[in-house]
Design a protein around this ligand. Structure first.
Ligand code: F6R
Length: 363
């Protein structure tokens, strides 16, 4: 049921505070303030994690790499399942394979998962559909609990996947002695606050709709970010492509000089995702480089970032201030809403984009 919303995608974007609240509640113990990851995975004894996935789930997995390596000092490889399954990857049995999949049925992801199992690896699946093939075939199921996702473009499943991986990063950090109990509790508190901040972030919808007017006229759009904002830049570009049919590319902002800057002209909106964090100055300097070439910058930052930003951004979208731990969740709604409103302005069929299927069960 769409309720008062025009599209499932719009509803699912707005469902995210509640969705990720449910997700987080399943992975933390609110009484003790500790993470609570079931399945008996011994994070301390793991040599590495191999994440396999496709599309948006792959991008969520990439976010997981940033989180898990930073906090738990545990090596994480993330690979597109369709590449992984055919290239004879070097694997050792002491690693854990994690299949990320909203549907739990994606053919390439399933094949990549089975390949790892065949090499003797323990397996886990981060899925929405708990009755799915992947859920049945793994040692451990980590459900994302966000409720059925109907819109073909994944939104609430993405934030729920990222929420699970954040909890997992905290749990692994604790198990591996990288953080103490007090720090775990501090991080869990931050995570528990995330749904409120995601709700705040959704309130940026009017500001984003105004940006969408401009973006809808573009032929190409660039998305740039550093650190965890890099996967989000990829996700922003993927969302825009799939529902508005505007060509978009997500890049690590540091790669700008190594090629994509050649695309920058007065007609190309450049969305820069840059909370006021340890990467900010570098992102601000990329913003200057883009503006010096006439690029139209859409700057998504927070109040501190707005104050410290070089002047001249075409538009600034001011997201709620948040700890870097939860920024991947808080900065997701603005890029989803941007894609959504551009698609609506272009009259596209948002919930059923052309050529796309919700679940890709053929390779
Ligand atoms: C993009 C999108 C797809 C899916 C991909 C994987 O919005 O929805 O890229 O993420 O097809 O699907 P699952 O997660 O079901 O394996």
């Amino acid at each position: 049921e769409k309720g008062n919303y025009r599209h499932f995608m719009e509803k699912e974007i707005h469902d995210q505070p509640e969705g990720c609240q449910r997700t987080i509640a399943a992975y933390v113990d609110t009484l003790t303030g500790r993470t609570d990851i079931s399945g008996g995975i011994d994070f301390a004894g793991l040599s590495r994690i191999q994440i396999v996935a496709c599309g948006t789930s792959y991008i969520a997995g990439l976010m997981g790499k940033y989180l898990i390596e930073q906090f738990a000092d545990l090596p994480v490889d993330v690979e597109i399942a369709s590449e992984f399954r055919y290239r004879h990857p070097a694997l050792r049995p002491d690693g854990l394979v994690v299949a990320m999949s909203q549907s739990g049925e994606t053919a390439d992801t399933l094949a990549a998962l089975r390949y790892c199992q065949g090499k003797g690896m323990k397996s886990a699946a981060v899925v929405n559909a708990t009755e799915s093939t992947m859920a049945r075939e793994v040692d451990v199921v980590w459900p994302i609990h966000c409720g059925p996702e109907i819109g073909v473009a994944s939104t609430k499943a993405f934030t729920a996947q990222v929420a699970v991986l954040t909890a997992l990063a905290i749990a692994a950090a604790r198990a591996r002695g990288k953080i103490d109990a007090a720090e775990e509790q501090r991080m869990v508190r931050l995570l528990l606050e995330a749904p409120r901040l995601v709700a705040e972030s959704i309130k940026l919808e009017d500001a984003v709709r105004a940006v969408a007017q401009e973006v809808s006229k573009a032929r190409d759009v660039l998305y740039l970010g550093r650190g965890p904002m890099y996967p989000l830049a990829l996700e922003g570009a993927l969302k825009l492509k799939e529902i508005s049919y505007i060509h978009a590319e997500g890049y690590a902002a540091g790669e700008l000089k190594h090629g994509p800057i050649a695309l920058v002209d007065e007609q190309t909106p450049i969305v820069i995702l840059a909370p006021f964090d340890s990467y900010f100055e570098k992102s601000a300097s990329n913003m200057n480089e883009v503006m010096a070439r006439g690029g139209q910058v859409v700057f998504i930052t927070d109040a501190d970032g707005e104050r410290h930003a070089p002047s001249g951004a075409r538009v600034v979208v001011t997201a709620p201030r948040c700890d870097p731990l939860v920024a991947p969740l808080v900065y997701a709604p603005p890029i989803q809403l941007l894609a959504y409103h551009v698609a609506v302005l272009k009259g596209a069929d948002v919930d059923q984009p052309r050529n796309l299927a919700k679940s890709v069960t053929v390779e």
